[in-house]
Design a protein around this ligand. Structure first.
Ligand SMILES: *[C@@H]1O[C@H](CO)[C@@H](O)[C@H](O)[C@H]1NC(C)=O
Length: 289
C-alpha cells in the first residue's frame, strides 16, 4: 500500500468563505495576544522610553541604602521654608564619609574664587574668604555612593550634577549672600541653569558659620535654634551646621523661573572650623570638563 500525503487521511470538509475569514481573524487575534503577553510585541506609547533610555528596572528596584557597616544614625527630613524651597536631611552623611571628604580635599585646598559675571571666569574676591577644592564627579566608590544618594533625595539625576566642592572656613571667614544661579551666558552653556544645591556639613561649628537666607519668607525667629544663632545668623532664616546634615535648596521655582528668595550666604565662623561640601545640580545633563 502506498502512503499518500498526511492530509489525505483527513476527509476534506468544505467550509464557506465567511467562516474561513472569521476563523483566520480569531487565530490572528489569539496570536497577537500571545505575543503581547510574552512581551515580544509592545504597544507604542508616548510615556514609554525616555530619550536618554534609562533602564527603568533599576529604578523600580532601587531602595535607599541602609548598609549596616556604615551606620548614619537616625535620619529625618525637616522642611524649613517654601520660599525658598529648603529642606534639611538629618544625618545624610556618615561620620566616616565626612572625614573622608575632608581628608581627600585637604591637600588640594585653594583660595576660593567667585565667578566674574562679565567674563564668566573665576576671580579672587573679598565676598568669599574661604578655601576650597573640587572633586570630580564619580571620582571613587565612596563619592559615587554619595552622589547616588544626592540624586535619590533631590530627584535630579547624577548626570545633572557638577563635581563636589569641599569648602573650609576658618574663624572670621564667610561668604556674603549670593545666588547659585547664573546671570551670564557663559556658565549656562553646559548643562543650563543651576536648579538646586545640596550643601552638606562635614563638621560641627562651635559658634557662627550658619547658612543664612536673608530674604526667606516667613517668621525667621520661629526656628527652634533661634537662641543659638550668631548676630549674622539672626539676619535671616538660618541653618546651623551639623556634621552629616545636608541642606537642599532650590534656585528655581517649580515653574522654572529663578527664585530670588534663594539668596544665601555663609556667616563668619566665630569659634571653631567649618567644613562643608556643595553639589550644584543643573537643569540639564552636565558633562564634566
Ligand atoms: C515669630 O515666632 C516667634 C517664636 O515662635 C513668636 O514668638 C513671634 O511672635 C512670631 N512673630 C510673628 C510676627 O508672628
Amino acid at each position: 500500500m502506498v502512503i499518500k500525503g498526511r492530509h489525505s487521511r483527513v476527509p476534506y470538509r468544505k467550509s464557506s468563505p465567511s467562516t474561513l475569514i472569521f476563523t483566520t481573524l480569531i487565530t490572528f487575534s489569539f496570536f497577537i495576544v500571545i505575543l503581547l503577553a510574552l512581551g515580544i510585541l509592545s504597544i507604542p506609547s508616548a510615556s514609554r522610553g525616555s530619550p536618554s533610555g534609562h533602564d527603568l528596572s533599576s529604578i523600580v528596584h532601587n531602595t535607599i541604602d541602609s548598609d549596616g557597616d556604615d551606620w548614619r544614625g537616625d535620619q529625618w527630613v525637616e522642611v524649613i521654608s517654601w520660599e525658598p524651597r529648603a529642606f534639611i536631611y538629618h544625618n545624610f552623611l556618615s561620620k566616616d564619609e565626612c572625614a573622608y571628604l575632608i581628608n581627600i580635599a585637604k591637600p588640594q585646598m585653594q583660595k576660593s574664587m567667585v565667578v566674574d559675571t562679565a567674563t564668566g571666569k573665576s576671580k579672587d574676591s573679598r565676598v568669599r574668604t574661604s578655601s576650597g577644592a573640587f572633586l570630580p564627579r564619580g571620582r571613587d566608590k565612596i563619592i559615587r555612593n554619595i552622589e547616588k544618594r544626592i540624586a535619590d533625595f533631590s530627584f535630579i539625576p547624577v548626570e545633572h550634577g557638577e563635581g563636589l566642592h569641599v569648602l573650609h572656613y576658618e574663624v572670621g571667614q564667610k561668604y556674603e549672600p549670593h545666588y547659585d544661579y547664573f546671570l551670564d551666558e557663559f556658565n549656562t552653556k553646559h548643562g543650563g541653569q543651576r536648579i538646586a544645591t545640596v550643601l552638606m556639613y562635614l563638621s560641627d561649628v562651635e559658634d557662627g558659620g550658619e547658612t543664612v537666607f536673608p530674604v526667606a519668607k516667613g517668621n525667621i525667629s520661629s526656628v527652634p535654634w533661634w537662641n543659638e544663632l550668631s548676630e549674622c545668623g539672626k539676619k535671616g532664616l538660618s541653618v546651623k551646621p551639623k556634621m552629616g546634615d545636608a541642606l537642599l535648596f532650590w534656585s528655581m521655582r517649580p515653574d522654572a523661573t529663578l527664585d530670588s528668595s534663594s539668596l544665601h550666604g555663609s556667616c563668619p565662623v566665630i569659634k571653631g572650623n567649618k567644613w562643608s561640601c556643595t553639589k550644584w545640580m543643573r537643569v540639564g545633563e552636565y558633562k564634566a570638563a
